[in-house]
Design a binder for this molecule. Structure first.
Ligand code: MN
Length: 429
């Protein structure tokens, strides 16, 4: 629902919020932060600052808020509240941060974001990664299986695999290059050692809000109510390990060594103005089976978000060069909506819990300027990407940093951003 909190004319007394590329007062994303090595607190990003919600609650500024949820050290309880409670929190925060009469009372609980440390927003019980980027599926399928890129189930089943929650880290935590097995096509036996085809994947993360009881599916018409928000997700991938291990059971050690997420939860409520229609399927494609089809989801279930991925090498940073953009494209290049992957996941009775994370899968545009992984950009490592430093990359080298960004935009509304999702590659141990 679009309401007064999305009004493009709204301004905050936190001056840095007005015109802020990520966190104007229309965004109000939730996260978990700490200061000076202190305890973890729930906060909301506003311009260059973070408002400490527990402090604001204890000072009586959010009297209607759920005490145990707002003073917790993760967002799990908040995420598990009914969507109406999250909306009430949004409206309360919007009022606090737009009405100048609140300035004196609220100001002491604002902290410069630069001086704070961000943590994972939730205790992630389970993480599942999907494969809904249709162009990515085509591109990667063609590299792994030239004669048979898209398997026949793709247009009926939102394909996914269970990932590993323990190795998900917030933006800024470096990635250690993984060791593993790889086998060159012409080699008789595999070798074990550091990945030589380390890649990133540009994805959106979907945060589960209210869950479902084991055995109870989530109807497609209700699925959006189970989504608390979204983040950026870099599903780091060792392509050499992946090619050797992925059959017959799918990704395993090629994917679970680490995934990096942006630490702010961009709430479903904040994203209301940026909902767009799910793109029509190409002529001749099957319609979704009835349990995955909802007219309202088809009309509003996609998101008007622009995604980018950039690289900064050690040499580029040493020379003070800006990160180099590798790709830019719309998040609407998804064959299935976020609601459809939630419904599909729970369709067999599998229970989802507040704070579970679903990855969309790599989102690539149809053209190479929007390919969401190096594997696609370099045609499987055959065509290096040239960088402005004079360097070239097929896959990632130690010292490389990948930065993902996302901006939601819609005519008549201010744009809101997701904040950064970045991590630097360290040598293998
Ligand atoms: Mn992935």
């Amino acid at each position: 629902m679009i309401d007064h909190s999305h009004d493009a004319a709204a301004i905050s007394w936190v001056e840095s919020a007005n015109g802020h590329p990520d966190f104007p007062v229309q965004n109000l994303p939730l996260g978990v932060f700490s200061r000076d090595g202190g305890e973890r607190r729930i906060g909301v990003a506003i311009g260059d600052y973070i408002l400490d919600l527990a402090d604001a609650y204890e000072a009586g500024l959010l009297p209607w808020a759920n005490a145990s949820a707002i003073t917790a050290t993760t967002l799990n309880r908040l995420m598990g509240l009914p969507a109406a409670d999250r909306l009430a929190l949004r409206h309360g925060l919007f009022a606090l941060l737009t009405r100048t009469e609140n300035c004196a009372e609220v100001q002491p609980f604002l902290h410069l974001a630069q001086a704070c440390k961000m943590h994972l927003p939730a205790m992630i019980g389970d993480y599942t990664d999907f494969y809904v980027g249709i162009h990515h599926a085509n591109n990667v399928g063609a590299l792994f299986r030239p004669d048979n890129p898209l398997l026949p189930n793709y247009k009926y089943v939102p394909i996914g695999y269970h990932g590993r929650a323990s190795s998900i880290r917030p933006s800024g935590v470096p990635l250690v290059r993984p060791n593993g097995q790889r086998k060159a096509p012409d080699a008789d036996v595999p070798v074990f050692g550091p990945s030589v085809r380390l890649d990133y994947e540009l994805e959106l993360g979907v945060w589960i809000g209210g869950g479902n009881a084991l055995g109870d599916p989530i109807a497609i018409a209700d699925a959006a109510q189970h989504i608390a928000g979204f983040c950026l997700l870099n599903d780091w991938s060792a392509r050499d390990f992946q090619a050797w291990e992925y059959q017959p059971l799918g990704p395993f050690l090629a994917k679970n060594f680490q995934s990096t997420i942006s630490p702010w939860v961009i709430t479903a409520e904040a994203l209301a103005p940026y909902r767009i229609a799910q793109p029509a399927r190409p002529q001749g494609d099957p319609a979704p089976l009835p349990y995955l089809f909802d007219a309202d989801d088809q009309a509003h279930g996609a998101l008007g978000i622009t995604l980018t991925a950039s690289i900064s090498t050690a040499a580029m940073r040493a020379r003070g060069m800006m990160p180099h953009r590798l790709s830019k494209g719309p998040a609407s290049n998804m064959y299935w909506t976020a609601a459809q992957i939630v419904t599909h996941h729970a369709s067999n009775g599998c229970n989802l819990n507040p704070g579970d994370l679903l990855g969309t899968g790599t989102i690539s545009a149809p053209t190479s300027d929007g390919y969401g992984s190096l594997m696609e950009q370099t045609n499987g490592g055959k065509a290096p990407v040239d960088l402005p430093s004079g360097e070239a990359r097929t896959f990632l080298e130690d010292g490389d940093e990948i930065l993902l960004t996302a901006t939601a935009h819609a005519e008549g509304f201010v744009s809101i951003g997701f904040g950064e999702c970045r991590a630097i590659v360290l040598p293998a141990r």
